[in-house]
Design a binder for this molecule. Structure first.
Ligand code: AMP
Length: 174
């Protein structure tokens, strides 16, 4: 079975959502196909190898859906990165630019132990601002960012250029 083709086939393009000019990558068909969903999770784990990662960081909200089973399969803990104001304890925050305006994300200050090895997981890498801010949060908390895994990389937006020499692992590139 060609897993990359299956994953590609299960990602639906929604034109002009959430606003005109944007092609939204809808992963709900992939999530509802147990072979595609499990295959995506397994290929992230296989890329890095069980036992090499201490914590998986998932980015709100679709990143959570992928990051939790990835964490389970790695034998790693799960740490949420959330939009500002959602986490209950003390946080670090990072603000970054969107096309219009800014976004602020947060992570608990005590999420990791010193030197923990962390993999960040999200559904889409677009301009890279979200991933960059998440990586900065992890580093501020004293952990090492081993890589970023995404289902879909929108290569025409050059998001990986914002991420320095971070290992970017994408299952599908468009
Ligand atoms: P960016 O910070 O530009 O890399 O955007 C990445 C974040 O926005 C991810 O958390 C995605 O869930 C979401 N995102 C950006 N562009 C898209 C898209 N075309 N389709 C679906 N989600 C997107």
């Amino acid at each position: 079975m060609d897993l990359e083709k299956l994953i590609r086939d299960r990602i639906r393009d929604i034109a002009d959502y959430p606003k005109p000019g944007v092609v939204f990558k809808d992963i709900t068909p992939l999530l509802s196909d147990h072979v595609a969903f499990a295959g995506a999770v397994d290929s992230i784990v296989n890329h890095y190898g069980r036992g090499t990662i201490d914590h998986i960081v998932g980015i709100e909200a679709r990143g959570f859906i992928l990051a939790a089973p990835v964490a389970y399969h790695f034998g790693a803990g799960f740490v949420p990165v959330r939009k500002k104001g959602k986490l209950p304890s003390r946080t670090y925050e990072e603000t970054y630019d969107l096309e219009y305006g800014t976004e602020t994300i947060e992570m608990h200050v005590d999420a990791f132990g010193p030197g923990d090895r962390v993999l960040i997981v999200d559904d889409v890498l677009a301009t890279g601002g979200t991933a960059r801010a998440a990586a900065d949060l992890v580093r501020r908390a004293g952990a090492e960012v081993v890589g970023l895994s995404v289902l879909i990389e929108l290569s025409f937006l050059h998001g990986r250029d914002k991420l320095g020499n971070l290992d970017v692992h994408s299952l599908v590139t468009v």
